[in-house]
Design a protein around this ligand. Sequence first.
Ligand code: HEC
Ligand code: HEC
Ligand code: HEC
Ligand code: HEC
Length: 392
Amino acid sequence: MKKTLLMALCVALLLMVCVSAQAATATATGTGVTVIKAADWAETYPDVYASYEKNAENEAVFDHVEEYPMIATVYEGMAFNKFYNSARGHYYTVQDVTNTGRPHALANCFTCKTPDFTAKVNNEGVSAYTIKFEDMLAEVNESVSCYNCHANTGNELVVTHTYLADAMGDELAGLNAETASCAQCHVEYYFAPETKAVTLPYDSLAAMHPDSIYALFEEMNFADYTNPRTGVAQIKVQHPEFETYMGAGSVHAAQFSCADCHMEKATNEAGETYTSHYWQSPLASESIKASCAACHPDLEGFVKGIQAKAEERTIAIGTKLEELTNKLADAVAAGKYSEEELNAIRALNRKGQFYWDFVFVENSEGAHNSRLTNECLDKAEQLIDEALAKLV
Ligand code: HEC
Ligand code: HEC
Ligand code: HEC
Ligand code: HEC
């Protein structure tokens, strides 16, 4: 009885937290835009600019391969398996992409790193994606900055990464602009096989579900790389924060935008409020935590609990995936299985790795949507177990 009452209260409160949502709009293209740099807004918006500059403090780097040894095997066949640094956030994206230790052929790698490339695509169209990486580097002035989210308006939210608008179609106008501004980069994408243009693997919010994304990749016969020892054509998923947070099962998708949890409202010395552009975890913000406290008196403990469970499963299933990769590689080398038998196992491995990766590379470790996270992990585990059973 008490529990039902509490839930009803929570739902009522949730409905009250109605953010006055601004709708997302896309930028015009082919207009010969040049990028107004962050520093050029410093005088007009001193508080926002100072908070943006604070992102420079965020410079710790971790080597994921050291932390998650299974990825040396799971990602074998693509350069991620040798050196996979955690990135340091918006301020260092250009340095980080230049120093990955992985080879870059094309400028398309700059898509989520610098407004200079975003403007280049908007001016020149998809041909910009195949410019040589080094040639584009010479034209890059800064990392993620004002233009990416505001075009040159300085304060209105504008979608400048047009592949998001292409994927959302008519639904873009119904999308909260703050969430759309983040979805320009915090998404799963692929390079279109012919043009190498960044493309999102869906054409509506409903088709963002990992089941639909996988179905599309199957239909396209798409692979990012092939594991040299097993011959499995694998898909490398990339940071699907938008898909996960907006996906079925998300508790807060209708109430909170990405910015509500990651960009706190701050007050300057004159008592005026502004939006902090220091992007951080909600757990690091006293004011955000206070705004959640009515329902989450211990937000940190609550979130850490969800993350610990997700992390434990991700590591356990990743370790099984490593085992599968090694056993399948042995089976291929031993030549005891027919090509048909091997292909059946490869298919399970490909799909299991996709669902596992969808969770592994999502940056909230289960906090954005623990239901979807568990659903993906369940699927991955079942597929990997099925493949392992065929190898005994
Ligand atoms: C132009 C591309 C781009 C846009 C737009 C963007 N991000 Fe990011 N963001 C990145 C990249 C690249 C990283 C590096 C981290 C990674 O890949 O894991 C990052 C990292 C982050 C981090 C982690 C910072 C850290 O401490 O490591 C947070 C939090 C974040 N973004 C929040 C947001 C939010 C909220 C929005 C929307 C208001 C947003 N981002 C929009 C590209 C972008
Ligand atoms: C209801 C609050 C909430 C909303 C809305 C939300 N997030 Fe998060 N996000 C979290 C929490 C909680 C974490 C885990 C933070 C931690 O581990 O300290 C997180 C983690 C992240 C991280 C990793 C941060 C880091 O420091 O490594 C990124 C990037 C991120 N979110 C992006 C987004 C994007 C993009 C959206 C919108 C599509 C979004 N978030 C919406 C609560 C939220
Ligand atoms: C990753 C996306 C992103 C980037 C990059 C970004 N902004 Fe914002 N900006 C936002 C969001 C989200 C809001 C909140 C919008 C709202 O509440 O209406 C915002 C709000 C603002 C506002 C409105 C006033 C306020 O305080 O809410 C101004 C002015 C602004 N930004 C200026 C800038 C400037 C200048 C830069 C570059 C130094 C910049 N922004 C970079 C996403 C971004
Ligand atoms: C009106 C009540 C209410 C408010 C306010 C609220 N939440 Fe929640 N939140 C909930 C409920 C209810 C759940 C679901 C709990 C469960 O599944 O056990 C939840 C779940 C979550 C989850 C886990 C999501 C998942 O998929 O497991 C996160 C993270 C979260 N909230 C963050 C926040 C943050 C950050 C804020 C403040 C910006 C906030 N919440 C404000 C009621 C609220």
